[in-house]
Design a protein around this ligand. Structure first.
Ligand code: HEM
Length: 418
């Protein structure tokens, strides 16, 4: 009997083009078409199982069944994550490396980053008041980059801030791209690696001071399970895995500004500065707006789940965006409603904008707390520290381009300190 007779097979020769054409909706479109929660398709020249929803996420994060080594395409490693980074590790080696991130990004450290960002935002008001208009996305990416470098102990000269922030953004902008956008990300990656590798080497040979506890110090001195230091390029890649994603919280910040603009009643509630509501708001921003589309893993050994056969080494793709918009989990998922999080039960497999499961044990993003704190600070700043006008502009965003952003980057005019 053929394996997976019950599983819908998308008949296209290869779906890679469809992924580029349909973007965030690629998996959901087919799940709707075949009325299933799992289907098979050919992607990037190989047969893959695509799935969505809470149960699928629970399965995907079973580390006994799936591995990550060999699941992230090399082109994404060479631009976005860095080659052989924590994202591609498995088992004890992964857990050990992951502890470095979860320790560095513990709750009190998350608040430090957000606090530095608030300082930088407040310090920019004078300059913004003198300008006719600013593009929020362009401003916050530089501010976040400056703040995270300061937090991490990485020296950054004023004149290089924009270039470094652009490079971190370009690395992420490349993940769903082919052609020039991908190559821009590759060049940014190479420049970033060279820069931070030199910083790591300077710390190791005593040319540069690094304070114990900073991300720079901890990455430079981190030892693998076998007791050996990371080579300087690997240490640089992992340090960039903190600097880069903090810089690109600028994408969520821009969506947060859009949400406030589109929902005046939400803006009024945010003015009350109720911490619980602010938290619900930042979670809804991360659930509602598209960022990470899907994730891949490979089957460790043959197994059967429900009626489906998962063959060793097969690529399995989890729909991240689709799970955050799954009608079986979320009531009216296409409505932006922060209040839904007031009674969310904290289930680690339903709200997965940055992956699922326990971040200490799985590949779930260790930066989720940072993202939450940074969005909250930025929103508090936008609502309670300044007034501004929002001129007519194109605030539409594409569901095909990955990653996506409101077209105008959110233009603000006539900024005044409150
Ligand atoms: C800007 C918004 C962010 C988004 C949308 C995001 C999303 C994600 C996603 C989807 C994963 C993969 C989960 C998986 O493979 O199962 C991930 C992993 C990771 N993220 Fe984030 N992240 C963000 C911010 C951050 C921040 C601020 C940091 C650090 C300060 C960070 C550090 C990492 C690291 C180190 C991993 C690899 C974890 C592992 O493989 O165990 N991310 N992130």
């Amino acid at each position: 009997m053929a394996l997976n007779q019950n599983l819908p097979h998308d008949r296209s020769v290869d779906n890679s083009i469809a992924v580029m054409r349909e973007g965030y909706h690629f998996i959901q479109n087919r799940l709707d078409k075949y009325k299933t929660e799992v289907f098979e398709a050919r992607i990037l020249g190989e047969q893959a199982i695509c799935m969505s929803g809470e149960e699928a996420a629970r399965l995907f994060y079973d580390t006994n069944k799936f591995r990550r080594n060999g699941a992230v395409p090399k082109r994404v490693q060479k631009s976005t994550f860095g080659v052989d980074a924590v994202h591609t590790m498995d088992d004890e080696a992964h857990t050990h490396r992951k502890l470095l991130f979860t320790t560095l990004l513990a709750p009190e450290r998350q608040k430090e980053i957000a606090g530095m960002i608030m300082e930088e935002l407040l310090a920019s008001i004078d300059n913004w008041q003198e300008k006719e208009k600013i593009i929020l996305f362009e401003e916050v990416k530089v501010i976040y980059c400056r703040a995270v470098c300061r937090w991490a102990g990485v020296p950054l000269k004023k004149e290089e801030e924009r270039e470094r922030a652009e490079d971190f953004s370009a690395m992420v902008d490349a993940f769903g791209a082919i052609g020039p956008r991908h190559w821009k990300g590759r060049r940014a990656r190479n420049r970033g690696n060279e820069w931070i590798k030199q910083v790591i080497e300077d710390v190791r040979n005593g040319k540069m001071d690094a304070k114990q506890g900073t991300a720079l110090y901890e990455m430079a001195h981190y030892k693998e399970l076998d007791g050996r230091q990371l080579n300087s390029l690997m240490a640089a890649i992992e340090l960039i895995n903190v600097l880069r994603p903090v810089t690109v919280i600028s994408i969520f910040a821009t969506f947060a500004a859009l949400a406030i603009h589109d929902h005046p009643h939400v803006r009024e509630k945010l003015k009350e500065r109720d911490p619980e509501y602010l938290e619900c708001f930042e979670q809804e921003v991360r659930r509602f707006y598209p960022f990470a589309p899907f994730l891949g893993a490979r089957v460790k050994a043959d197994f059967k789940w429900k009626d489906f056969y998962f063959k060793k080494n097969m690529l399995v793709i989890l729909d991240v965006y689709g799970t955050n918009h799954d009608e079986r989990i979320w009531d009216k998922p296409e409505v932006f409603n922060p209040d839904r999080f007031r009674d969310w039960d904290g289930n680690l497999f339903t709200f997965i904008p940055q992956g699922g499961g326990d971040p200490k044990k799985t590949h779930r993003c260790p930066g989720e707390g940072v993202v939450g704190e940074v969005i909250k600070s930025t929103v508090d700043f936008l609502v309670n520290k300044i007034d501004f006008d929002v001129p007519k502009q194109n605030l539409e965003f594409s569901y095909v381009r990955m990653p996506t952003l409101p077209e105008s980057g959110f233009i603000m005019e006539n900024i005044r300190r409150k």
